[in-house]
Write a protein that binds this ligand. Structure first.
Ligand SMILES: Nc1ncnc2c1ncn2[C@@H]1O[C@H](COP(=O)(O)OP(=O)(O)OP(=O)(O)O)[C@@H](O)[C@H]1O
Length: 465
C-alpha cells in the first residue's frame, strides 16, 4: 500500500521528531514518527512513504543499517540521514549505501524542507538505490558549519561529472577536496592528476597539458603524452588556475567546448573525456574584470563553486585537526602521540594560521619532534605562534627577530633530519622579494643584491624543479 506524500521520521529523540513533524506539516506534508528503526521497518512491510528522515545513532538498529534494509525492501524510497557526528565518513558511508542526502545536526529547518522536497521530487527520476556503492575515505576533517557545507557539496556532486571551481587560501585543503570529489565520482577507478599552473613554465604549459608530437618544437625529441591524455576517463585537477597564461586559457576553453584537443604539432584530434576540477586562491572575478582571465573560460569552470574557509574562520576545528595530525606524526615517526595541554591548545586556537591547515599539520610534526615531554606545554609551541600571541598581529612584530625565527626553523629541520635547506631559503627569499616589489623583477633583483639575469636564471631553475 502506498503512504503517498507521507514523510516518515525515525529518531529516538522525541523533541527532534516533534520539531520535524511540526515543520513538515507546516509545509503541507503528512508525517509519521517512529521511535525505533525496527518499528519503521515493520510498517514498511505494508506501507510506502514518500521519503524517510532517519537519525544515524539510535538504540537498537542504527540509521545506516536501516538505510540498507529500506533499500532492499523499497529501493525507490529516498532516505535522508541526520547525524550529529558530522564528518565526511558518515556522509560518504550514507551515500555509499544509497542515502539521498546527509543532514548534519543541528540542522536548519529550511534546509530540511528543501531536502525533503528534493527527495520527494527525485522519486520521479533515478532510484536512489541505484547509486553506486562506494567506500568511505575519510581524510577531510571538519565539524564547523562552513565545512559541513563543503562536505554536502562533495556528497551532492558525487555522481556528477560537472566542472567544479574550488576557492580557498593556500593550505586550506583545496587539493584534498578535489581528490574527494574524484574518489566519490563515477571516475574513481580512473586516474586523478593534479597540476599546478603556477609551477609550470609558460612556454611548456601547452605541451604539459596536451602533449606534443616528435619535432613539434626544438627539444621535442619524441612524442609525449600530455596531462589531458593521462587523465583520460578520470579527473584533472588544475591548481592555481588564475596563473594560467592567456594562450593556455584559450586552448583549455576550446577543449572544454569541443570535447577534443590536439597535441602540440599534432594533426588528429583526440577526444577529451576528462573532468576538470580547478582551484585558486585568487579572486577570479577580479582577474576577469582586469582582463587577466577569460570570462568565457571562467563561466565554463565556475559551474559549481566550493568555497573553503580559511582556518581562522573555523577555529572550532583546530582541536580535531591537531589531534589528527599529532597522532599521524607520531605514527610516522614511530613514537607515542604527544598530548596537548588545554593551555597550549588555547594558544593554538588564538593563532591566525596564515598557512591554514598545512601550517597546522607542520606544527604538529614539529611538536612531535621538538616538545621535550609527553605533554605539550605552551612554551613548547613554535616561536611564530608564541610571539604572535604576545606581540599581536604579524605586521606589528619586530621585523628584526627574523634571525631567531630562522634559527628555530633550522633547529627543527635538523631535528627532523632535514637537508639542503639553502635551496628552500633561497626560494623563500625570491618569493618574498617578488612579493615586496609587486612582481617587478628588476627591483626584486636589486633588493636581493643580484643582477636581473641571475634572478631570471634562478626563477627558471625554480620553475623546472
Ligand atoms: N580538513 C582537513 N582535514 C585533514 N587534513 C587537511 C584538511 N585540510 C587540509 N589538510 C591537509 O593540509 C595539507 C594542505 O592541504 P592541500 O594541499 O589540499 O591545500 P591546498 O589548498 O590545495 O593548498 P595550496 O593552495 O597551497 O596548494 C595537506 O597535507 C592536507 O592533507
Amino acid at each position: 500500500m502506498s503512504d503517498t506524500g507521507v514523510i516518515w521520521i525515525v529518531d529516538d529523540d522525541r523533541s527532534i521528531r516533534w520539531v520535524l513533524e511540526k515543520a513538515l506539516s507546516g509545509a503541507g506534508y503528512e508525517t509519521r514518527g517512529f521511535e525505533q528503526a525496527d518499528d519503521l521497518l515493520e510498517a514498511l512491510q505494508s506501507w510506502e512513504p514518500a521519503a524517510i528522515l532517519s537519525d544515524i545513532r539510535m538504540p537498537g538498529m542504527d540509521g545506516l543499517t536501516l538505510l540498507g534494509k529500506v533499500h532492499e525492501l523499497r529501493p525507490q524510497v529516498p532516505v535522508i540521514i541526520m547525524t550529529a557526528h558530522s564528518d565526511l565518513d558518515s556522509a560518504v558511508n550514507a551515500y555509499g549505501v544509497g542515502a539521498f542526502e546527509y543532514l548534519p545536526k543541528p540542522f536548519d529547518i529550511d534546509e530540511v524542507l528543501d531536502q525533503v522536497q528534493r527527495a520527494v521530487a527525485s522519486r520521479d527520476g533515478e532510484s536512489a538505490a541505484q547509486r553506486e556503492v562506494r567506500g568511505a575515505d575519510g581524510g577531510i576533517i571538519g565539524e564547523a558549519p562552513s565545512m559541513q557545507g563543503v562536505f554536502r557539496a562533495i556528497g551532492r556532486l558525487a555522481r556528477s561529472n560537472i566542472s567544479v571551481l574550488i576557492n580557498g587560501e593556500s593550505g586550506t585543503g583545496k587539493e584534498l577536496v578535489a581528490q574527494a570529489l574524484h574518489q566519490h565520482s563515477p571516475r574513481a577507478q580512473q586516474t586523478f592528476i593534479a597540476l599546478n599552473m603556477a609551477a609550470i613554465p609558460r612556454e611548456l604549459m601547452e605541451s604539459e597539458l596536451f602533449g606534443h608530437e616528435k619535432g613539434a618544437f626544438t627539444g621535442a625529441q619524441s612524442r609525449r603524452m600530455g596531462r589531458f591524455e593521462q587523465a583520460q576517463g578520470g579527473t584533472l585537477f588544475l591548481d592555481e588556475i588564475g596563473d594560467m597564461p592567456p594562450e593556455a586559457q584559450t586552448r583549455l576553453l576550446r577543449v572544454l567546448a569541443d570535447g577534443e584537443f590536439y597535441r602540440v604539432g599534432g594533426v588528429s584530434p583526440i577526444r577529451a573525456d576528462v573532468r576538470i576540477v580547478a582551484a585558486t586562491h585568487q579572486d577570479l572575478e577580479l582577474l576577469v574584470e582586469q582582463g587577466r582571465f577569460r570570462e568565457d573560460l571562467f563561466h565554463r569552470l565556475n559551474v559549481i563553486r566550493i568555497q573553503i574557509p580559511p582556518l581562522r574562520e573555523r577555529r572550532e576545528d583546530i582541536p580535531l585537526l591537531m589531534d589528527h595530525f599529532l597522532s599521524r606524526a607520531a605514527e610516522e615517526l614511530g613514537v607515542p602521540a604527544k598530548i596537548l595541554r588545554a593551555d597550549a591548545l588555547e594558544r593554538l586556537e588564538a593563532f591566525s594560521w596564515p598557512g591554514n591547515v598545512r601550517q597546522l599539520e607542520n606544527t604538529a610534526r614539529w611538536l612531535t619532534v621538538m616538545a621535550s615531554g609527553q605533554e605539550i606545554h605552551p612554551q613548547d609551541l613554535p616561536p611564530e605562534i608564541l610571539e604572535s600571541a604576545e606581540a599581536g598581529p604579524a605586521e606589528s612584530r619586530d621585523a628584526e627577530d627574523w634571525e631567531s625565527v630562522l634559527g628555530f626553523w633550522v633547529e627543527r629541520r635538523h631535528a627532523a633530519g632535514g637537508e639542503g635547506l639553502m635551496a628552500e631559503v633561497e626560494a623563500a627569499m625570491i618569493r618574498a622579494a617578488l612579493k615586496a616589489t609587486a612582481g617587478r623583477r628588476q627591483d626584486a633583483a636589486r633588493l636581493l643584491g643580484w643582477g636581473r639575469n641571475t634572478l631570471t636564471r634562478k626563477l627558471k631553475e625554480l620553475e623546472g624543479s
